[in-house]
Design a protein around this ligand. Structure first.
Ligand SMILES: CC(C)(COP(=O)(O)OP(=O)(O)OC[C@H]1O[C@@H](n2cnc3c(N)ncnc32)[C@H](O)[C@@H]1OP(=O)(O)O)[C@@H](O)C(=O)NCCC(=O)NCCS
Length: 156
């Protein structure tokens, strides 16, 4: 399979962020989002056939740890070299161990390679500290989902 892969900084193959193409990766992507973002929050109605996941310029991504999917996110390209980060989720049993940081490191690299210079996220209120730890800044603190942004470094 010819999937774009974004290995970790040490060049080791223990974790990587991949764009979702294979059926087994689509299955894991939806399973992680359904369990973490819906079931764990008491929500129902997750839609595994939502057209936004397949739209041009939208990139579903998976964090693989030793080839096992542990996290998911989607990167949606916008105008003016900006992109929106959607539905960031790490499997419950894998949270608090640095995996969210790995996922976002791979996502940022993927975004840079697609010409993105600035990322935005509508964060869950209790995830604002996570983005803060990763260098994001709050631009709209009010509301149910604070808006945060992060400028990506360009060049090597
Ligand atoms: C939010 C989430 C993606 C973070 O992933 P994670 O693997 O638990 O985070 P990490 O272990 O990589 O933490 C990275 C850093 O963020 C900090 N952090 C993580 N979650 C945090 C939180 N809720 N509040 C404050 N800081 C947090 C960690 O302390 C760590 O800081 P450090 O590296 O300086 O020690 C994950 O917990 C999750 O899926 N939560 C449920 C779904 C969710 O809220 N998604 C976000 C939607 S916008």
């Amino acid at each position: 399979m010819n999937e774009p892969r974004f290995p970790n900084d040490k060049g080791e193959d223990t974790w990587m962020v991949v764009q979702v193409f294979a059926d087994e990766h689509w299955h894991a992507y939806h399973d992680i989002r359904r369990t973490v973002l819906f079931e764990a929050r008491g929500l129902i109605g997750y839609d595994a056939n939502h057209p936004d996941d397949r739209r041009d310029g939208h990139f579903p991504l998976l964090l693989l740890l030793e080839n096992t999917p542990v996290g998911a996110a989607r990167l949606d390209l916008m105008d003016d070299a900006a992109a929106c980060v959607r539905t960031v989720a790490i499997r419950a049993e894998c949270q608090g161990k640095g995996h969210g940081r790995m996922l976002m490191t791979g996502l940022e690299r993927f975004a840079s390679q697609h010409g993105v210079k600035i990322l935005l996220v509508n964060a869950a209120r209790d995830a604002v500290g996570f983005y803060g730890a990763l260098g994001w800044s709050v631009v709209e603190a009010g509301g149910e989902n604070p808006v945060l942004t992060k400028e990506l470094r360009t060049g090597p």
